[in-house]
Design a binder for this molecule. Structure first.
Ligand SMILES: *Cc1c(COP(=O)(O)O)cnc(C)c1O
Length: 458
């Protein structure tokens, strides 16, 4: 008989969840102007708003907090983290920063100029923001399959080599500082990239003489998918796959709030001495001295330990398995979910779930609100509110997909929490025909409106 897989850890400290009733939540969400970002965390039962910085640290990580060396320069904690990153990634140089977007700010300050183009698979929001802030352009070269939710493809995060080569030919390579590959591709739903694709991108980059950098926020989850889905690597350890991934690139930015298993932190790692030198100057200006870069010694120690735990196979099997479990349960209930399931989140197709709510009335947001009222689950709208208005016409932009994302924090919830979420969604699904109207906007900010928007029930 096949034994069920279990979380490869047991619980030493617990944090209470404030339970609440649908009546209480109805009142709270109204007071929050129907914006889930405005809720207090105590008003939420299962919080799936993001997997970023929301994970649980291990006893060994907490021990590192006590061992933290808070010396301004050359601390033991810095050296511990530097050794771990170099050993794990194989890169020659390492700079700590306070989070992923800070790594982007420092690296792009060194490499991206006005008028440049940065091709890649769907760039993450802050990445795109830091490119566009420098009056450069992010060019999306993701494979078409990534945008078709009916297609089951093992590596939906892959870069389309024809699109990439066309881009490399169209814009002179002096205007392309590097190709940026995001693993897993967050904005494509946490979909992985294959080593085969990375190798081909490396070859193209060499051929055209441009750099190749990786946005590695979920590098360990990507490595797990490679082990499971790319034959050549079936017998490799996660660590060996990680080495192989980074050996193909010139450097990386990292949001350690994801696969670093810490609540705050990030870094840059790279091979080029000159780029390192320029980055060091920007790091000192924006982040702090190069041996702490926006992190305290205890943070760096906890991250060193977190990176080590984050590439353990059993951890990843349980982590990705938990996401897949939720996806599978929803699928069994015939709830429209996007497949294949990504590493860190399950996405519900709101257009299929509540088709009677007009898209002008924010379908996905309406569904997210209903999930909150019924069960205290906080997901996030990935739809029209997030897509915002056209900067010129100021009309709403209606994206192809209206989704509710359920992002799963690392090591925080158990399978029984996932079961609760699945059954709650089924309950909402069973009464979906009653949902005919949504919400209208009462107030919104000129940009990034979804964080602060105020809504009214129609
Ligand atoms: C979260 C994230 C970032 C930004 O990192 P922060 O730590 O939130 O600043 C960049 N890229 C990807 C792919 C991410 O998921």
């Amino acid at each position: 008989m096949h034994l069920p897989s279990i979380e490869p850890y047991k619980i030493k400290t617990v944090e209470s969840i404030q339970m609440s009733t649908p009546e209480q939540r109805k009142k709270w969400i109204k007071e929050a102007s129907y914006n889930l970002f405005k809720l207090n965390s105590d008003q939420v039962i299962v919080d799936l708003i993001t997997d970023s910085g929301t994970g649980a640290m291990s006893d060994k990580q907490w021990a590192e907090v006590m061992l933290g060396d808070e010396s301004y320069a050359g601390s033991r904690s810095f050296m511990k983290l530097e050794n771990t990153v170099k050993e794990l990634t194989g890169f020659r140089y390492f700079i700590p920063v306070h989070q992923g977007r800070a790594a982007e700010n420092v690296l792009f300050s060194a490499l991206v100029k006005n008028g440049d183009f940065v091709p890649g698979n769907i760039h993450f929001d802050t990445t795109k923001g830091h490119i566009e802030y420098r009056k450069a352009t992010a060019i999306d070269c993701t494979i078409d399959e990534a945008f078709d939710i009916t297609i089951d493809h093992p590596f939906k995060g892959n870069i389309d080599l024809h699109k990439l080569e066309k881009t490399l030919q169209e814009y002179t390579t002096e205007k392309i500082p590097f190709v940026l590959m995001t693993i897993t591709c967050n904005s494509a739903g946490g979909q992985p990239v294959s080593i085969e694709n990375m190798r081909a991108v490396r070859t193209l980059c060499d051929q055209y003489g441009v750099g190749f950098y990786i946005d590695g926020a979920r590098f360990a989850e990507n490595a797990y998918f490679i082990k499971k889905r790319e034959k050549e690597f079936a017998n490799y350890s996660i660590k060996e796959i990680v080495k192989e991934i980074f050996s193909l690139s010139d450097g990386m930015t990292m949001s350690a709030k994801k696969d670093g298993l810490v609540n705050m932190g990030g870094f840059i790692a790279l091979n080029d001495a000159k780029v390192y030198e320029v980055c060091s100057t920007f790091a000192i200006m924006y982040e702090g001295f190069v041996t702490y870069g926006g992190m305290s010694g205890r943070d760096m120690g906890a991250l060193a330990q977190g990176l080590t735990e984050g590439v353990e196979f059993d951890y990843l099997e349980s982590r990705i398995g938990q996401t897949a479990y939720l996806g599978k349960r929803l699928d069994e209930f015939n709830i429209p979910v996007i497949k294949p399931f990504g590493g860190h989140a399950v996405y519900i197709d709101a257009s299929k779930f509540v088709p009677k709510i007009p898209k002008e009335e924010y379908r996905a947001q309406s569904l997210a609100i209903e999930l909150y009222i019924v069960a205290g689950i906080r997901g996030v709208e990935i739809g029209t509110l997030l897509a915002d208005r056209d900067p010129v016409t100021r009309e709403n932009r209606f994206p192809k997909l209206e989704m509710v994302r359920l992002a799963i924090p690392r090591r925080v919830y158990t399978l029984s929490h996932m079961e609760y979420v699945a059954v709650a969604i089924k309950k909402v699904f069973d009464s979906r025909d009653e949902a005919k109207s949504g919400y209208s906007i009462k107030w919104e900010a000129p940009i990034m409106r979804h964080f602060t928007v105020e809504l009214e029930k129609i």
